[in-house]
Design a protein around this ligand. Structure first.
Ligand code: GYE
Length: 337
C-alpha cells in the first residue's frame, strides 16, 4: 500500500476513535458500559458471552472424536459462548448443509473439522462472501488460503514419521508390515500414510505388504485385519494403524486368529486414547503416538481473537508425545480422553 494512503487511513481511524470515545463518554446515548443489553465490552470488543459459534463436527467414529466433541462443548459452556453444534454423521454433504445453515443464522464464526480434504471451495466462499470467518479445527481442507482464517490441529505427517521411527526400532529395521489407513481422502489418512513412508523408504528390509482403509473405526479395523490375516497370516510382523480404535479392533482379530498382538505382531498406532494405554498395560500394543483432541479452549480463544480483528496465525500446531508400555500404568489415570 502506498505510504500516503496508509497515513490517510491512520488519520481516518484516529478521527473515528475520537468520535467513539466521545460517544462513550456521553451517558445518554451509546455508553456501552452502562447498558445491560450491550453485547460489547468497554473497548467495543466482543467477549466470550457475545460470541455465537457454529461448529460442524464430522461424527463420532472414534474415541478421539468423542473426546474432541466433549472438549468443544465443555469449553463453550464454561466460557458462556453460544455454540450451535452439528454432527454430520460422517457425511460431507451434511457438513456443507450445516455450514450453510450457520451462514443463514449469521453466526460470528464457523468452526469445521473437514471430513475429507477436498470439496470445500464453494461453501467456504459463501461464508467468506457473508463475512463469516472459517476456522479449521483438527483437519485441514485443500482450499486456497484466503478461504479460511486459521487451522488449529496436529502435524499428521510428523505423526506418521514418529510411528515409523518406533516401528524401525521394534522390528530392528526388518519385517513385513500391514497398514490400516484412516478415512480415505482425509488429511490425517493422507499425511500419516506419507509421513510413515518417508522414514520407511530408507530401510529396504521393511516392507509394507498390505494397506487398506479401516475408516478410523474399531469395527472396520477388525474386519480389515481379518482379511489381512487370511491373506498373509504368519508373514505379518507388524501392524501400523492410523488410529488406536482400528488397532484395538485389529487386536481382537489377531487374538481370534490365534496370534499374540504386541508380541507375534508388533503394533503402533496413533491418538493415545485411554484404551490404548490399557492395551499397552495388557502387553497388546507397543506404542501410541499422541494426537491431541482437546482443542475446545484453544478454538474458542482463537474464535474470539478473529472476531475482534486480532491477527491469527495460519496454523496453530498441537504439542504431542509418544507413549510406550513402560509407563502406561502410571500415565493412564492422567489421560482425559
Ligand atoms: O486420529 C481419528 C479420528 O482427525 C486427527 O480422526 C483426527 C482423526 C483421529 O477419527 O481417531
Amino acid at each position: 500500500m502506498d505510504y500516503s494512503f496508509t497515513k490517510f487511513l491512520n488519520l481516518i481511524s484516529a478521527v473515528f476513535l475520537i468520535f467513539s470515545l466521545a460517544a462513550c463518554g456521553n451517558g445518554q446515548n451509546g455508553n456501552v458500559t452502562d447498558d445491560p443489553r450491550s453485547t460489547h465490552s468497554v473497548d467495543g470488543k466482543k467477549t466470550y458471552k457475545d460470541l455465537v459459534v457454529g461448529y460442524s463436527q464430522i461424527g463420532a467414529e472414534s474415541e478421539w472424536r468423542t473426546g474432541n466433541t466433549a472438549s468443544i462443548k465443555e469449553a463453550a459452556e464454561k466460557l458462556g459462548v453460544e455454540l450451535i453444534f452439528d454432527d454430520a454423521q460422517q457425511k460431507q454433504e451434511n457438513q456443507i448443509k450445516a455450514i450453510r445453515s450457520f451462514i443463514a443464522q449469521q453466526v460470528d464464526v464457523i468452526g469445521v473439522s473437514p471430513l475429507t480434504e477436498s470439496g470445500w471451495d464453494s461453501v467456504f466462499q459463501e461464508a467468506k462472501d457473508a463475512g463469516i470467518p472459517i476456522i479449521l479445527v483438527d483437519r485441514r481442507a485443500a482450499v486456497p488460503e484466503d478461504l479460511y482464517t486459521s487451522y488449529l490441529g496436529s502435524d499428521f505427517y510428523e505423526e506418521g514419521r514418529r510411528a515409523a521411527r518406533v516401528m524401525v526400532d521394534l522390528l530392528d529395521g526388518k519385517g513385513n508390515i500391514v497398514e490400516l489407513v484412516g478415512t480415505v481422502g482425509s488429511a490425517p489418512a493422507i499425511d500419516r500414510y506419507a509421513g510413515f513412508r518417508e522414514v520407511i523408504k530408507d530401510y529396504p528390509d521393511m516392507k509394507i505388504i498390505a494397506s487398506a482403509t479401516g475408516d478410523f473405526t474399531r469395527a472396520k479395523g477388525k474386519e480389515v485385519m481379518e482379511a489381512f490375516l487370511q491373506l498373509h497370516g504368519d508373514e505379518i510382523d507388524a501392524l501400523y494403524a492410523h488410529n488406536d480404535d482400528m488397532a484395538i479392533g485389529a487386536i481382537k482379530a489377531i487374538e481370534e486368529y490365534g496370534l499374540r498382538p504386541g508380541v507375534d505382531i508388533k503394533i503402533v498406532s496413533i491418538d493415545a486414547i485411554r484404551d490404548a494405554f490399557q492395551a499397552m498395560i495388557d502387553g497388546k500394543l507397543n506404542a501410541t503416538v499422541e494426537c491431541n483432541p482437546l482443542l475446545g479452549p484453544q478454538f474458542l480463544e482463537l474464535a474470539l481473537k478473529v472476531v475482534n480483528g486480532e491477527g491469527a496465525p495460519k496454523w496453530i500446531p498441537s504439542e504431542e508425545h509418544i507413549y510406550f508400555p513402560e509407563n502406561a500404568r502410571e500415565i493412564l489415570p492422567t489421560r482425559k480422553y
